[in-house]
Design a protein around this ligand. Structure first.
Ligand SMILES: Nc1ncnc2c1ncn2[C@@H]1O[C@H](COP(=O)(O)OP(=O)(O)OP(=O)(O)O)[C@@H](O)[C@H]1O
Length: 276
């Protein structure tokens, strides 16, 4: 299940024309996501309550909110790791749950886990190239090139031979991002990317993600309770509270929100930095 989630790719987009790669990894696009009336129960716990949300193609969208409000559960629905009790998610207008043909998901998606989920027994380079090698997506020489390119993109040039156990938390996160980038995803999702990172490393990570967006057209969805991080990197932000999306807007709109729950969240998480 982990591998399926880490690099979602349907067989239909493989090509076999003798090129260096069986998939055109250069050809990325942002996908749109439309969530309609999504409900999810765990027993009696009504976790997602009629969630409606639209994420535009190519934008960086953060889902913020206090602990336990359903942010991660919502993200898991987008990558089909959870199934809703009712409602639907459309990606590029194709229904994720009611469409029967897996082949209709002809986009690449990839998720960066909170824990980074790297394999400690492998080197940095092996972790980044794992999916490309496992699926035999490219020839070996091209895979090594991609590993170098992706590590450079996250500021980790020349670290291929390091063991992941030798890395700091921030470096592990970057390797996890490089691994996700290996397939040039159309949709990349981050679950609590700043968890366990100190403020300086968080800042570096934010700049890395921002820089990546300069060169990729993908849609980026981030779940975080780190409001400052969200304000810094997002095109738009959705605030969740008690299983509902209660406010959506640009960082400036969120900061200026008159919704008392949003105001209170901003006040608490930024220790009083509010307004503009
Ligand atoms: N697999 C599961 N089985 C039962 N309950 C679950 C499961 N996954 C999540 N929950 C419950 O759903 C609720 C929302 O959890 P979720 O992880 O989405 O919160 P969150 O907003 O991401 O919070 P945090 O920032 O702490 O991760 C919680 O009450 C949690 O206990």
């Amino acid at each position: 299940m982990f591998h399926k989630l880490m690099h979602g790719l349907t067989g239909s987009i493989f090509q076999d024309d003798g090129c260096e790669c069986r998939v055109n990894l250069n050809d990325t696009r942002g996908v749109s996501i439309r969530i309609e009336h999504l409900n999810k129960y765990y027993g009696n716990n009504h976790v997602l309550k009629d969630v409606d949300l639209e994420i535009f193609a190519g934008e960086t969208f953060s889902i913020i909110g206090p602990s336990g409000t359903g942010k991660s559960v919502l993200l898991k629905h987008v990558v089909k790791l959870e199934t809703p009790d009712s409602g639907e998610i459309y990606i590029d207008d194709v229904a994720v749950f009611s469409s029967s043909k897996e082949s209709e998901r002809d986009y690449r998606y990839s998720m960066v886990f909170q824990s980074s989920a790297l394999f400690n027994s492998l080197t940095v380079g092996e972790n980044v190239g794992l999916w490309l090698r496992e699926k035999r997506v490219c020839k070996e020489a091209r895979i090594r090139e991609i590993i170098r390119e992706k590590l450079a993109k996250v500021g980790l040039e020349g670290t291929e031979q390091l063991r992941t156990s030798e890395l700091s938390g921030g470096m592990k996160k970057r390797v996890a991002i490089a691994r996700s980038l290996a397939m040039n995803p159309d949709l990349i999702l981050y679950d609590e990317p700043t968890a366990e990172l100190d403020p300086v490393t968080t800042d570096e990570l934010a700049n890395t993600i921002l820089k990546l967006k300069e060169t990729t057209k993908n849609t980026t969805v981030i779940v975080t309770h780190d409001l400052n991080f969200a304000l810094y990197i997002s095109d738009r932000i959705g605030m969740m509270h008690d299983g509902r999306v209660i406010e959506v807007g640009t960082p400036s709109e969120i900061k200026a929100s008159q919704n008392p729950i949003v105001k209170s969240f901003i006040f608490t998480t930024t220790k009083g930095i509010k307004g503009d």
